[in-house]
Design a protein around this ligand. Structure first.
Ligand code: T4K
Length: 395
């Protein structure tokens, strides 16, 4: 328990945790189920190229997402590119500046131009009026992002895209298992893309999936995933290698087996953080709208430095010294990254990117860990101005 400023590890005290408490530690699921699946794969000597586990994974992802078609891929970045290519997107694509670099990279890497749009500083969702103003003669698509699994103004974006005849793709990397108004994320727009990277709610080590209700788009994307080959050796389109191999599918299936348990434990962690931090001035845990279903993979803490006296980065440093590794998700916004730098102002993105952090959660984080982490956060924030002064003096 921290009772004096000097007891904070960042100011010379002993760290609260011997073993690091880390954001992004994957949930693993049943090792036995995983090893059994791997044995099946090895016995079959069919390791990739649309193996039985990959096909089973696709069926189960489609079922969870409530979509008729699923194409599993080696990661979400490739799945985004397949979706864009298969939908025939060209020229400019409007996307939020507040996202991981992969959203913009997916576009640039295949010769599309990301047109960055500012976001609502409260929840990180695309600013609709600005998005509409950015539509020009070369715009062919909008790429929405369900940041932290929070549905991205789905109804409004659907209307906007329809009104302007634009394709609508969703980067749903964070949003597997999430929903909006009784519908699963996965069934919106022309296509949606999930990530199954190790840090995601469901993981296949690395992996992704494109889901869609458009059979023709799905057929094209499936072909492009495998070098544009139709049948055995007939190359009928450009393509890439974006296949999900069987070991990854084995992990993805094992992770899916425990999906309900992962949501429950994530939700318990979220509620514990919320209760522990409730009433601390200047701190706000991002809430889930009652129209949403969420996987609770991201516990997002918003730090209002004007009220706490301690800004987000200093709070991160305080926690890191205690062996608690929270993360800035996402910083600094694509508009401040070298490949996408622009001189237009992005006040919403700048604001939220400076304020939020994601806290450690998942099955590796215990209830006692959360109680202890929150005690450190409360103490540091209650003495925020003094902590800041000490940190500046020490620098
Ligand atoms: N769109 C959005 C909105 C995304 O956030 C992402 C990816 C994509 C698209 C593209 O999806 P993929 O193509 O990756 O499927 C990670 C991931 O590599 C990336 O998938 C993810 N988003 C991005 C936000 O984060 P880093 O740079 O944060 O990873 P790293 O190594 O710093 O790890 C983060 C935390 O997780 C650390 O605290 C360590 C912990 N960790 C990580 C791994 C990999 C573990 O404990 N175990 C692990 O195995 O990139």
């Amino acid at each position: 328990m921290k009772r004096t400023l000097g007891s904070l590890a960042v100011l010379g005290g002993a760290p609260a945790f011997d073993t690091p408490v880390v954001f992004g530690r994957p949930n693993i699921g049943s090792r036995k189920a995983f090893y059994d699946r791997l044995d099946t794969v090895l016995d079959s000597r069919w390791l990739s190229n649309g193996g039985v586990l990959c096909e089973e994974f696709e069926r189960r992802v489609a079922q969870e997402a409530g979509t008729p078609y699923c194409i599993a891929t080696c990661n979400a970045t490739s799945a985004l590119q397949l979706a864009l290519r298969a939908r025939g997107v060209t020229g400019e694509v409007i996307m939020p500046a507040f996202t991981f670099a992969a959203t913009a990279h997916a576009l640039s890497w295949i010769g599309l131009t990301p047109v960055l749009c500012d976001v609502d500083p409260d929840d990180g969702s695309l600013l609709l009026s600005e998005a509409e103003a950015l539509i020009g003669p070369d715009t062919t698509a909008i790429l929405g992002v369900h940041i932290w699994g929070r549905p991205s103004r789905l109804d409004e974006l659907t209307t906007l895209a329809r009104r302007h005849g634009l394709a609508l793709i969703f980067d749903s990397a964070h949003a597997f298992g999430c929903g909006w108004n009784g519908r699963r994320i996965g069934g919106f727009g022309d296509a949606e893309v999930f990530s199954f990277h190790a840090t995601k709610f469901i993981n296949s080590f690395e992996g992704g999936a494109l889901v869609t209700a458009d059979g023709e788009l799905a057929r094209r994307a499936r072909r492009m995933r495998n070098f544009g080959i139709a049948g055995h050796d007939d190359v009928v389109s450009v393509g890439t290698n974006a296949k999900l191999h069987e070991a990854s599918a084995a992990m993805g299936l094992t992770s899916l087996d425990d999906m309900d348990h992962f949501v429950r434990s994530n939700r318990e962690n979220y509620r514990r953080y919320r209760d522990e931090l409730a009433g601390t001035p200047g701190l706000r845990l991002l809430e889930v709208d009652e129209r949403e279903a969420n996987n609770y993979q991201y516990v997002v803490l918003d730090v209002d430095a004007a009220r706490t006296g301690l800004d987000r980065d200093d709070l991160l440093a305080v926690l890191a010294a205690e062996n608690v590794f929270a993360r800035r998700y996402f910083y600094p916004g694509c508009h401040r990254m070298d490949p996408y730098r622009t001189h237009r102002p992005f006040p919403g993105t700048d604001s939220i990117a400076a304020r939020v952090m994601v806290l450690p959660t998942g099955e590796c984080v215990t209830a006692d860990d959360i109680t202890a982490v929150c005690a450190i956060i409360r103490f540091a924030v209650e003495r925020g101005h003094e902590v800041t002064r000490c940190l500046r003096r020490a620098a």
